[in-house]
Write a protein that binds this ligand. Structure first.
Ligand code: SAM
Length: 287
């Protein structure tokens, strides 16, 4: 491989539409037109996009979850020869619940330039129209399908204060909503963004309990993003709450200082406030 420093080889991540071909950007189309090779998940799907754009089809390299690792050497060799290699996924942004990340790591470690041409992503598209807070959010993608990995992830999500964005296949939607209801409670708000940018685009908003009724009424079809409200912030502890917690802790044999540390952590209050409440209790008991 020639030295990356002397070559203009570039890995170009290109966002593609998540349904509506009109969302292909001019700059993205140009990046695909100029590419010497395009790394894609499915040659037929990317071939259709290129045909829609009216471009010749350059070398298409299959890079999916199974082949990404093996494709890295070939792509690094091409970059070393000074080629521009575009990376697309079937839809949306590469690297978002799609292949791309390992290629970026390998190419950047080898000193090649990484360029990105942003395009739509279902997560962001669903989030902004969900009506749920978009100021702070976490992206969870697809949950593990079963086992302790799924249980642990559901536990983390139920305690998460920020809005949570998930992807789910239609035939697993009901089960995931049901697991979320068990962990978060049926009152938690949720939005379902379906078939974004497509003819049957639909937003449904309600509570988790209502979402299960909805799933029973309609047979979920198409592609879905689940947007889940964050866990409610517990009400601020009152002086009485602090006093009762300190009393309980000190009665169990803890020193005022240790009880204050414990209560401060459990109620989210300043240690000094808990300690002062403990001193007041001691004075009361001595009076
Ligand atoms: N890379 C893509 C992105 O940036 O959004 C995500 C690819 S991931 C393999 C596919 C999942 O994304 C689908 O199962 C669905 O949850 C979500 N998704 C993709 N397109 C969608 C659309 N048009 N409407 C709703 N959800 C979509």
């Amino acid at each position: 491989m020639s030295s990356p420093d002397s070559s203009p080889g570039k890995l170009v991540l290109v966002g593609t539409p998540i349904g509506n071909l009109g969302d292909m950007s001019e700059r993205g189309a140009d990046a695909l037109r100029r590419a010497d090779a395009i790394a894609c998940e499915d040659t037929r799907r990317t071939g259709r996009l290129l045909a829609h754009l009216g471009f010749r089809t350059p070398a298409l390299l299959v890079v999916n979850d199974h082949t990404e690792e093996g494709a890295i050497d070939d792509i690094l060799t091409r970059l070393g020869r000074g080629e521009r290699v575009a990376v697309v996924s079937d839809a949306g942004m590469p690297g978002i619940s799609d292949p791309g990340e390992r290629l970026v790591v390998a190419a950047s470690n080898a000193g090649f330039v990484i360029e990105v041409v942003p395009g739509p992503s279902a997560a962001i598209t669903g989030l902004v129209a969900s009506g749920l807070p978009a100021g702070r959010f976490v992206f969870e993608g697809f949950l593990p399908r079963k086992g302790s990995g799924r249980t642990a992830r559901l536990a983390e999500i139920s305690a998460e204060r920020r809005t949570v964005v998930l992807y789910e296949a239609p035939h697993r939607l009901e089960r995931t909503l049901s697991d979320l209801t068990a962990g978060c409670g049926g009152e938690r708000r949720v939005a379902l963004a379906r078939e974004l940018t497509k003819m049957h685009e639909e937003f449904w908003r309600g509570t988790l309990d209502e979402s299960l009724i909805r799933c029973a009424e309609i047979e979920p079809r198409g592609e879905y993003v689940i947007i889940l409200d964050g866990a409610p912030v517990p009400a601020a502890a009152t002086d009485e709450d602090v006093r009762i917690a300190m009393q309980r802790s000190m009665t169990s044999g803890k020193s005022t200082r240790d009880a204050a540390t414990e209560v401060a952590a459990s109620l989210g209050v300043a240690k000094r406030r808990a300690y002062d409440a403990g001193l007041a209790l001691t004075l009361e008991s001595e009076a």
